[in-house]
Design a protein around this ligand. Structure first.
Ligand SMILES: Nc1nc2c(ncn2[C@@H]2O[C@H](COP(=O)(O)OP(=O)(O)OP(=O)(O)O)[C@@H](O)[C@H]2O)c(=O)[nH]1
Ligand SMILES: Nc1nc2c(ncn2[C@@H]2O[C@H](COP(=O)(O)OP(=O)(O)OP(=O)(O)O)[C@@H](O)[C@H]2O)c(=O)[nH]1
Ligand SMILES: [Mg+2]
Ligand SMILES: [Mg+2]
Lengths: 268, 287
């Protein structure tokens, strides 16, 4: 027999389950269910429209100075290095002269991993020299990219939990170096979010936004069963555009984000 | 905000005299939100509340003058119980032990393999790279093995050959513990799940260990269910618990797979592996 009295709405329990199971969270789910109750038409379509609206944050590509600098950040294992490889390929087939840099001077074989991606797509890569810290690699990379008149420089960074203050400070130092040599901010700072992440995703977005002013989000591993609905409270609260989605481990498994397709998948 | 909610819930419940049906429903609704916010799975929460409701309606609480206090205690105890009550140790023999680590992409398998080698250093462990796919995966484990100062077998083109070579080496070299690190795989990838099943059947590990990212949300049950049904999980390791994720996934995974959670990862260094304590995680989930 049905367990009543614990839901936000006993009549909309199925819709509530869809939202909560997609990691949309209790706060936003409760709010959406309340609005649903007041709507007399097709409640499912109403919800879909609401979610699409929340996610439809316009993304406008920026350009300040050559080379365009794109910094990729996020917590451990979220898919940054793979995404840098995919982005390099994506920009390359769109007629950009791309160079990548491995500013992960910490994790074992991080540089070798990115080097293999660079070879796969025949793209130049700036590697750290022995004893260099991440900021020094970034400095070299921008100098190199400027000298060789590259269009785009993609920078891979080490995974870091948003709770590690000193690692967030390291990112700030990297950004200061970029500002200094480029005479402008980096064009993009992409936060990479794993689609399987739970409510902690909101905290990640909050800290990375407050501390290093990320400009957009890329969500990875949407080829799994996780719906990635955490993007909805993130978009709702922080108004960050979602730029691309990662849907696999291959070089071409990166596509521009579509709110409609994303929301449709949540209700499947 | 979770801690806030639990404190509010506590104050509310502690203020109750004998619990009315309405107060029981209100309390369950608050607990539901708390658990969902902590990333406990939707269906697992439903089951949990059902059994908690029985306890709340029980004579002991109904006749108590301070039912609120008993509710708090009951909630905590139920979570500790669901998590396994006490830490579980791996039962490693003095002979030959094989551990196989598997799980989704990026959860921390390779790092955890090295941590286990360090933890069981006295067993003369052998780290075996069985990820032929991810760029520089074998090199990553090799560097970790050098740091832990344990023996290492690099990956060959196919993991079955790699495993055969590793086991022959281990027997000759008197390694009492062989740790297989495998490639990250989706539980819905039929081919890779079949590969893992074959691997398990050929190698017959003493422990098949699922490695899960501690920040995972509702999807945790899908991972646990599929890996348990298709492969069989002997134990679970939850990583990245050094962050501020509540770790409700622990509850979901244990509820669905019935497998004990053995360790948690609490950092990137080789000594950042800790025994899993149900009571500590219960407190963490409750904020
Ligand atoms: N299925 C799937 N796997 C992905 C995707 N993106 C990345 N991965 C996998 O996730 C794992 C981790 O990817 P990495 O690129 O190493 O992640 P990272 O954020 O650079 O990790 P750290 O540098 O250690 O913090 C690898 O096995 C990747 O192949 C995706 O979109 N789908
Ligand atoms: N903070 C923290 N980071 C961890 C922990 N365990 C692993 N990591 C980090 O998470 C990232 C991914 O770890 P890996 O060991 O490469 O993960 P994996 O499961 O082998 O990844 P794939 O082989 O690509 O599936 C790395 O940056 C690790 O240093 C942990 O307990 N805490
Ligand atoms: Mg990386
Ligand atoms: Mg690995």
């Amino acid at each position: 027999e049905k367990f009543r009295g614990i839901f936000f709405s006993d009549n909309l329990e199925e819709l509530e389950e869809i939202l909560l199971s997609a990691d949309i969270g209790t706060q936003l789910t409760q709010k959406l269910i309340e609005e649903c109750k007041k709507f007399s038409g097709d409640k499912k379509e109403f919800l879909k429209e609401k979610l699409i609206n929340i996610l439809s944050i316009p993304y406008k590509e920026r350009f300040f100075s050559s080379p365009k600098v794109i910094l990729v950040v996020g917590v451990n294992g979220s898919g940054k290095t793979t995404t840098v490889g995919k982005l390099a390929y994506y920009y390359k087939i769109n007629h950009n002269d791309v160079i990548i840099a491995s500013a992960d001077t910490y994790r074992d074989a991080a540089t070798e991993q990115l080097k293999i991606w660079a070879e796969k797509i025949n793209t130049e890569i700036v590697l750290s020299q022995k004893g260099q810290d991440s900021a020094a690699v970034v400095f070299d990379a921008i100098q190199s990219a400027q000298k060789r008149k590259k269009d785009i420089l993609l920078i891979d960074t080490a995974g870091r939990l948003h709770t590690r203050k000193e690692l967030i400070e390291e990112l700030k130092k990297i950004i200061r170096v970029i500002n200094k040599i480029k005479k402008s901010k980096p064009e993009e700072i992409f936060l990479i979010i794993d689609a399987t992440v739970g409510q902690n995703g909101i905290e990640q977005a909050k800290v990375f936004k407050d501390e290093i002013d990320i400009t957009g989000i890329i969500i990875t591993k949407l080829d799994g069963t996780a719906k990635g609905g955490i993007l909805i409270p993130i978009a709702y609260e922080f108004k960050l555009p979602i730029c691309y989605i990662g849907c696999g481990e291959n070089i071409d498994d990166l596509i521009p984000f579509s709110p409609e397709d994303f929301v449709k998948a949540i209700f499947e | 905000i979770i801690a806030d909610r639990f404190i509010k819930l506590q104050r509310k419940i502690l203020g109750y005299g004998r619990l009315s049906q309405k107060e029981i429903s209100d309390t369950l609704r608050e607990i539901r939100i708390l658990l969902l916010d902590a990333d406990v799975n939707y269906k697992v929460v439903g089951e949990f509340l059902r059994s908690l409701e029985e306890k709340l309606k029980s004579e002991k609480i109904a006749s108590s003058l301070k039912p609120g206090e008993l509710v708090i205690v009951e909630l905590y105890k139920e979570i500790v119980k669901l998590l396994g009550e006490k830490p579980t140790k791996l039962n490693l023999t003095n002979q030959f032990n094989i551990l196989c680590l598997f799980g989704l992409q990026g959860t921390g398998k390779t790092t955890t393999a090295a941590k286990l080698a360090y933890y069981y250093k006295e067993k003369k462990p052998l780290l075996v790279a069985c990820d032929p796919k991810r760029p520089a995966a074998s090199l990553q484990l090799q560097k970790l093995a050098e740091r832990v100062k344990v023996d290492f077998i690099p990956v060959k083109e196919d993991i079955f050959t790699t495993a055969k070579v590793a086991l022959e080496f281990a027997k000759k070299n008197n390694n009492q513990l062989v740790l297989f690190d495998t490639a990250g795989r989706l539980h819905i990838d039929e081919e890779l799940m079949k590969e893992l099943k074959e691997f398990k059947e050929k190698i017959k590990p003493n422990y098949n260990l699922l490695v899960v990212d501690g920040m995972v949300g509702q999807d945790a049950v899908n991972q646990a269910k599929e890996f348990n049904e298709k492969i069989g999980i002997d134990g679970v390791i939850i990583t990245k618990m050094d962050g501020d994720a509540k770790g409700g996934a622990c509850l979901s995974i244990r509820a669905v797979s019935k497998a004990p959670i053995i360790f948690i990862g609490i950092g990137e260094k080789i000594d950042d592996l800790q025994e899993f304590h149900p009571d500590r995680i219960a407190s963490r989930i409750l904020g």
